[in-house]
Design a protein around this ligand. Structure first.
Ligand SMILES: Cc1cc2nc3c(=O)[nH]c(=O)nc-3n(C[C@H](O)[C@H](O)[C@H](O)COP(=O)(O)O)c2cc1C
Length: 328
């Protein structure tokens, strides 16, 4: 997620078992082949063998653009740099991105979605998988199925569907039943996305969409143990307890410690508030702490306002390390 889930956040979120894979912030492709440093900035994991987070979870590099040739050139560049999977973004609703003909704006014409996916698929051949992420449309859902089919026909190996149109922005609800219509018609795996904040949301999204897999966005920031919570339920049929404040404070403290080695402290302060803002959507104590610290400008004062972090260096729950996705 652009401006939110960088390599440090991916590292922290994947320290507890739960995620099968994670995706970088999008690399914006306009018309030129981008230099290696741009790819490394978005995906420092390219320097790790296998392109994984430090805990070994695969990282997919995401491209956003509309020019098939430029996308292909950058896909080849990513492949040369060691990328092990490429994801194409057709979901971004940002006005600036859409004005420059990127993200969800391509959903107005399935042929353009097809051209983009096909160019990237041809560019990387069978060497690495190409996947895509769409919304249900730009202004309405009439072309939802056509766009989804276009990604499949053009060679996408998996499709993530965010159950809203671009014009719906992030307004609830996410239309999981519409994802189900797409899932029924496609032969590639379809992953349901949008508004999965809790285990109950996961159950509903899974039931209504029929999809075996879901993608977590803001829900994983609001509750960094949501993926583990889902996995634990899949493996045992039991619920984990709610995430305690101490665990949340610990992850924010770890985040600050990692980020402050490379970023100015004022930036780290803003990033911590941003993450706490996500947490407060779903947690009473996080909401209380947010109110107390939101005007603080010094990083250390902010961190003091979040104490006490748990001192023990262990996961907050007894999460089994051998959780695996359910069999297909
Ligand atoms: C701040 C922000 C940045 C995002 N950046 C990206 C991005 O770079 N690539 C992408 O595929 N989706 C991006 N998304 C969309 C999310 O991946 C997800 O599809 C959307 O938030 C709905 O899922 P959720 O309700 O679980 O958050 C972003 C969303 C937000 C709120």
């Amino acid at each position: 997620m652009e401006g939110v889930i960088d390599a440090v956040t991916r590292d922290l979120l994947t320290r507890t078992p739960g995620f099968d894979w994670v995706v970088t912030e999008f690399v914006r492709v306009v018309d030129a082949r981008l230099p290696p440093r741009v790819f490394h900035r978005h995906c420092p994991e390219l320097a790790h063998p296998g392109v994984t987070t430090p805990s070994g979870v695969p990282v997919q590099l995401q491209l956003l653009g509309s020019d098939p040739e430029a996308l292909a050139a950058n896909a080849r560049q990513a492949l040369r740099l060691g990328a092990t999977g490429l994801d194409l973004n057709f979901g971004c609703p940002a006005k600036l991105v859409n004005r420059h003909d990127g993200g969800a704006s391509l959903l107005r014409d399935p042929r353009r979605v097809h051209a983009a996916v096909s160019a990237v698929s041809r560019a990387v051949g069978d060497e690495i998988p190409v996947t895509a992420k769409i919304r249900l449309g730009f202004s309405d859902r009439r072309l939802a199925l056509a766009c989804a089919l276009a990604t499949q026909e053009a060679g996408a190996r998996r499709l993530v569907v965010h159950g809203r149109t671009r014009d719906e922005g992030y307004r609830p609800p996410a239309h999981w039943e519409w994802i189900g219509r797409i899932h029924q018609r496609l032969s590639i795996p379809v992953v349901a996305n949008g508004d999965i904040w809790t285990l109950e949301d996961y159950w509903k999204a899974r039931t209504l969409s029929g999809c075996r897999d879901v993608m977590l966005g803001r829900g994983a920031l609001a509750d960094p143990w949501l993926a583990a919570r889902i996995r634990h339920w899949q493996a045992t049929g039991e619920r984990l307890p709610d995430t305690p404040w101490e665990a949340r404070a610990r992850i924010l403290a770890d985040f600050a410690a990692l980020q402050r080695s490379t970023l100015p402290t004022r930036v780290v302060t803003a990033l911590i508030k941003q993450w706490l803002n996500h947490m407060r959507q779903r947690d009473h104590e996080a909401a209380r702490r947010f109110q107390a610290v939101k005007r603080l400008r010094e990083l250390d004062a902010l961190l003091a306002g979040l104490e006490p972090p748990a001192t023990a260096n262990r996961p907050p729950f007894p999460v089994r390390a051998d959780h695996r996705a359910e069999p297909a």
